[in-house]
Design a protein. Structure first.
Length: 420
């Protein structure tokens, strides 16, 4: 038996643009039929498909062939030319396929180094393939090993501890200033992607109340509804500003959204309780002079950039530690995979030994039944079983010696753990 070759291929943010990646994704309701189609490709015996906004990865266990049938199916399914396939698709086999999956799950192959969401997405891919019956012994073992490795990377390194996005850095800095957010109110100015991420992080950290302000009230309502917040227009900010403990602003406005006068008035009404503000817009949304107020902590996107760069360096150091963990675990998995080749031989060897044991034991019991002294029967049992078990290795050693086959002699010595 030969071990099942592992084969992985795909496309991600490093190899193709978003426009290209959109062409080769699989919708969730399409995944079951895609997995069945993949399994029908020549040589493919196990399969799983991972789809995220940044990648489409396919993992296969091959019972034969080199995986080209699966790659050709993928190309035809998405209408890729041979040139596009060569340019955008990466291919990993055997050890490199194992390493690729572990790096992806650990966040080392992500657009944001160390991001944690990918592990959940890989678990979803595994669950979908399991439900469809396309996961077998080999891929099943690889996925479970990968989950364990990713958890260890997250636990044993600082890969995910330092924020490396503007939104996450802004919210993390707020938590460092305020601590518990359970009684705090945040004002979010804008309704774009950055503010959406801020809202998500704030909810994850237990913020009590969110107010979303936007020029277009419908967009404010949409974002507020998603996170259980309250929507207002930009004109209503002054009325609500005294209520808020933190402000996050990221609009495309060419004019200032929050003026010095507005903030001074709000601070007075708050009886000088401090306010944390982050201006993530360019041009700025918050008048720079606000930062000079004693009761305001104002940070700009440049201030956060310094934090992010420092944290990115920290993650890169952690990533090097993670790579060492992964290299070790790839070796362990490949070692386990290699043992599958010898399982039939081990099983046959043990079966023969058990048959020899049963044969000699049967004769020994017959001797006891005929009145042979027990000590004589035990001697017969020990001598006969020893001779049966050692006969073939002894013959092989003598033959190898007679033929001058020193390499085989050394191999038999290692297998039998024979010392001088």
């Amino acid at each position: 038996m030969a071990t099942m070759p592992l084969f992985a291929f795909g496309i991600n943010h490093n190899t193709a643009s978003a426009a290209v990646r959109e062409r080769v994704t699989f919708a969730p309701d399409r995944l079951p039929s895609a997995l069945r189609d993949l399994l029908s490709c020549d040589g493919v015996e196990e399969a799983a498909i991972l789809c995220t906004c940044n990648r489409t990865d396919l993992y296969c266990g091959l019972g034969g062939g080199d995986g080209e049938a699966a790659l050709d199916w993928f190309r035809r399914t998405h209408g890729l030319t041979a040139e596009e396939t060569r340019r955008y698709i990466y291919v990993h086999r055997a050890r490199q396929a194992v390493r690729h999956m572990m790096r992806v799950a650990s966040g080392l192959d992500s657009m944001v180094l160390g991001e944690p969401q990918i592990l959940g997405q890989i678990k979803d891919a595994y669950n979908t393939a399991s439900e469809c019956g396309t996961i077998g012994h080999i891929l099943g073992k690889l996925f479970q090993h990968t989950f364990s490795v990713a958890k260890r990377v997250r636990t044993d390194t600082a890969i995910g501890e330092s924020p490396v996005s503007v939104a996450f850095a802004a919210v993390t800095l707020a938590r460092q200033i305020f601590g518990d957010m359970a009684q705090l109110t945040a004002l979010l100015v804008g309704a774009g992607e950055t503010i959406g991420l801020v809202a998500r992080h704030l909810k994850g950290m237990g913020i009590k109340r969110l107010i979303v302000a936007n020029r277009t009230l419908d967009n404010a309502h949409r974002l507020a509804a998603e996170f259980g917040g309250y929507a207002i227009t930009l004109d209503e900010i002054s009325a609500h500003l005294p209520e808020v403990d933190m402000v996050f602003s990221a609009t495309a406005s060419q004019e200032t959204i929050l003026s010095l006068g507005q903030v001074i008035d709000a601070i007075r009404k708050r009886k000088h309780r401090p306010v944390y503000m982050v201006d993530m817009a360019i041009p700025r949304d918050i008048e720079p002079a606000v930062g000079e107020l004693e009761d305001v902590y104002l940070y700009t996107v440049d201030d956060l950039g310094d934090v992010i760069q420092e944290n990115l360096r920290s993650r890169q150091d952690a990533a090097r530690q993670a790579e060492e963990i992964i290299d070790t675990q790839v070796t362990h998995f490949m070692g386990w995979l290699g043992t599958l080749d010898v399982v039939p031989a081990i099983r046959a060897f043990r079966t023969e030994g058990e048959m020899a044991r049963d044969e000699v034991l049967h004769k020994a019991r017959r001797l006891l039944a005929t009145g042979t002294p027990p000590d004589d029967v035990l001697d017969f049992l020990a001598d006969t079983l020893t001779n049966k078990l050692l006969h073939r290795p002894t013959v092989q050693l003598r033959t190898a010696g007679f033929d001058g086959n020193g390499e085989l002699v050394d191999t038999i010595r290692r297998v039998l753990d024979i010392t001088e």
